[in-house]
Each structure stands twice: as C-alpha cells, then as structure tokens.
Design a binder for this molecule. Structure first.
Ligand code: PLP
Length: 409
C-alpha cells in the first residue's frame, strides 16, 4: 500500500473560514430577511483598470494569429515584464535589482508556499503571531513544524505581535534559520518602519538567517518612514527574498500574477563546506516545476506600469484607503480601539469588555448582520481582536458602519 506524506494529515483543517461560513449560514437561515454585509472580505471588489483590459484584449488577439502567437514562455517570466518591474518598482527608490533577479509567477501565495523547499528539512522557521497561515502550513507539509499542542507547533518559533510591542516582532533569544516577515501586515494592518526592519536585516546578517519578506500590500503604504522594499535597507540583498503581487495592487486576484525577487548576493550553506546562491536554486526549481505565468496575463501586468495604468490603479487604491479611513474613524467614535488601516487595507480591532474574538464576531453578526474575521484564527496572539477589511464597496462599507453605530457593543 502507498503511504501518504503523513505531515498532510497533521494540518489543522481550515477551521477559521469554514466556521465563519457555518455561523453565517445558521444566521441566514434564522433571519432570511436580513442582508448580511461582510467586512471580512479578503478579495478586491473593483474591476480591472481600463489600461489593463486593453493590454489583455490586445494580447488575446495576438494569441489567435500565427505571426504573434506565444507558446511556452520563459519559466522565469518575460523579459518585458521583468524589466518593467526593475525600472518602476525598484530603480526609482534607488534600489538596483536586475531583471534576472526577478521571477514572475501566478501568485505570491504559490511562491511563499513553495520557497521553503529550498531549505534543509531541519531548518527552524520563525513566524509572527498572528500570521498569514500559508507560511506555517507549507512548513507543516514539509515536515518542518514538529508536534502540535492544540495552539502551536513545537519546532516553529513564534514572534508575538501585540499592542504592547506595537506589533513589531522582537528579536528572539534563539536563532531561527528562516524568518517570515509580512509588512504591511495581514492581518494586523500595521507596517514595520525602516528602523524596525533594519534591526531584522542586521540580525539576519549577523546570525546567517534568511528573511522571506512578504510585501503583497506594498501599494497601500502611505507613511514616509515605511520602506516600500526591504532592499531599501542596507545589507538586505545578502539576506532577503522579497515577494510582491499584482493581486491587491491592481485587482489581479482572479487574473493571477506576482513576482519574487531573489538577489544574486543571497547565498546559503551548501552543506559541503561551500555556499550556493538561492537565486540559482529558485531558478532551477521554477524551471523544473513551473511553466510560467500566461503571456496574456504578463502583458496585462506590464500595463500596470504605463502612465494610464498607474493612475487608474492608484485610483483603486485611493478608494480602498478611503474605506479604511472611514472604518477606523467610525469604530474609534464608538469607543473601540483600532490599529492598522493607514498603510494597509486591514483594520485590526481590539474586542471590547474582554470579549473573545468569536464572541465579538457573534455580536456583530447577530446584532448588525455584519461579518468580520476573528483574530484568533490567525494565531494565539490574535485572540481578543477581529480583522476588518477595506475591500468592500463604499456603499456597503457605509451601511455596515451605520449598523455598527446603532448597536450597543
Ligand atoms: N501574502 C499575503 C500576506 C496575503 O494576504 C495574500 C493574499 O491574501 C498573499 C500573499 C497572496 O497573494 P496572491 O494573490 O498573489 O497569491
């Protein structure tokens, strides 16, 4: 008999979103007349920008003509998009990233999930708590997480991010090999300043760690002391991989395009007394297991960098920011303590009166027909918070806030 990779059986089964769905379905069945509004939505609602649509249509036409048809593309992505990224996302910030250090993919989720393959099985992984679950689950699948005690995994190093430490993870006492940092953060909506991030880069350089830097929400940064790329910081090229995505930047959640930067200067021990460049290993991994993001999608992503594309996409980000501001203001007026929402589309709300995340979830659902995401679903340190998102329509957001202000919390 074939045996499975037993680590898959230890995964904690998607409890968070299935439990939300269960409670929402029960409420809907009991109150069919009520219109439920979700402030928990993690997907964009605004359609693709006109410049992106024009590029997509043109590329689709090319595919139907033998003279301009594209078959298998380069696994690393087309040069036109790698060059556009280097020229627009890095060069203007004084960061010298060359196109051959940029790898185009179908999503930051895939890249973040896959990248751990390059590290030894015994590597110790550190994650912030609360955390985007992909970092943990992909390491569980790889057999790197140890035993689960009902809340945490024995071989994963958790870095609590709480209001007490300003949601800045403290440098740990024991050394991890790989450190996942997400800034701007999902779920807390907070972001690391240059100074805070530099400490992590310095630590990684001193201790020989690798930072996997998830910057999927970079487009939402507004404060000037928040770096847009980890490579703005001294020494980061030697220790960090950066993951970015067109999903939230340009509404590509359904189209699928992202990229990962692996600088040539980033090397790790080869286990034989020498060093090996992670860039070359990732190149090999992608060439072996991945056939590249579709040509038409890469043309659409390229259009995000055209003058019209940039201004249209900025307009979308502005609209989501306006929602975030409205939500944060309205919640503060009701006496709630909120974090985030300034450099990210997420608002992290402290539950009132010592309520648990799920108790507050139930209060909003039964009292106002509103859905949020319980913070405890993102990790132990998320208990006592809920996550709201700014991705709804302005109309639904306003209606949700009206309902919120009408209930006693
Ligand atoms: N990283 C974080 C922190 C996210 O929240 C998400 C999506 O929700 C992703 C990565 C995945 O992005 P993509 O759509 O490019 O796979």
């Amino acid at each position: 008999m074939v045996s499975v990779n037993r680590h898959f059986l230890t995964l904690q089964g998607g409890y968070l979103f299935s439990e939300i769905a269960r409670r929402v379905a029960a409420f809907r069945a009991a109150h069919p007349e009520k219109r439920i509004i979700s402030l928990g939505i993690g997907d964009v609602t605004r359609p693709l920008a006109p410049a992106v649509m024009a590029a997509l249509r043109k590329a689709v036409e090319e595919m139907g003509d033998a003279a301009s048809f594209h078959g298998y593309g380069p696994e690393q992505g087309y040069q036109f998009l790698r060059e556009a990224i280097a020229a627009h996302d890095y060069a203007p910030r004084g960061v010298d990233i060359s196109p051959d250090e940029i790898f185009i993919s179908d999503g930051a989720k895939s890249d973040l999930g896959n990248f751990q393959e390059l590290f030894a099985r015994e590597s110790v992984v550190a994650v912030t708590d609360p955390v985007y679950p992909v970092y943990v689950d992909s390491n569980i699948m790889a057999g790197r997480a140890g035993e689960f005690d009902g809340a945490r995994w024995s071989r994963i190093l958790y870095l609590p991010c709480t209001r007490e430490n300003g949601f800045v993870p403290a440098i740990p006492d024991t050394r991890p090999d790989v450190i996942y940092i997400c800034s701007p953060n999902n779920p807390t909506g907070t972001a690391l300043t240059r100074t805070a991030l530099q400490q992590w880069v310095d630590y990684a350089r001193g201790e020989g760690c690798v930072i996997l830097y998830d910057s999927a929400y970079e487009a939402f940064i507004t404060d000037s002391d928040i770096p847009h790329s980890i490579y703005e910081l001294e020494g980061a090229r030697e220790v960090a991989v950066e993951f970015r995505s067109f999903s939230k930047t340009a509404g590509f959640t359904g189209l699928r395009c992202a990229y990962t930067v692996v600088p040539r200067a980033l090397t790790v021990a080869d286990g034989r007394g020498g060093h090996v460049a992670l860039r070359d290993l990732w190149n090999r991994r992608q060439a072996t297991k991945y056939n590249g993001c579709p040509y038409i999608v890469q043309r659409a992503a390229e259009a995000v960098y055209s003058p019209e594309g940039r201004s249209q996409v900025m307009e979308d980000i502005r609209a989501y920011h306006a929602n975030a501001r409205r939500i944060a203001e309205a919640l503060q007026q009701t006496g709630l303590t909120v974090f985030g929402g300034v450099n990210a589309p997420y608002i992290w709300v402290a539950t009132p009166h010592g309520m648990s995340s799920w108790e507050f979830f139930d209060r909003l659902l039964t009292g106002a027909a509103l859905v949020c995401t319980p913070g405890s679903g993102f990790g132990k340190s998320g208990e006592g918070y809920v996550r709201l998102t700014a991705f709804g329509t302005p109309e639904d957001t306003e209606e949700a806030l009206r309902r919120l202000s009408a209930i006693t919390l």
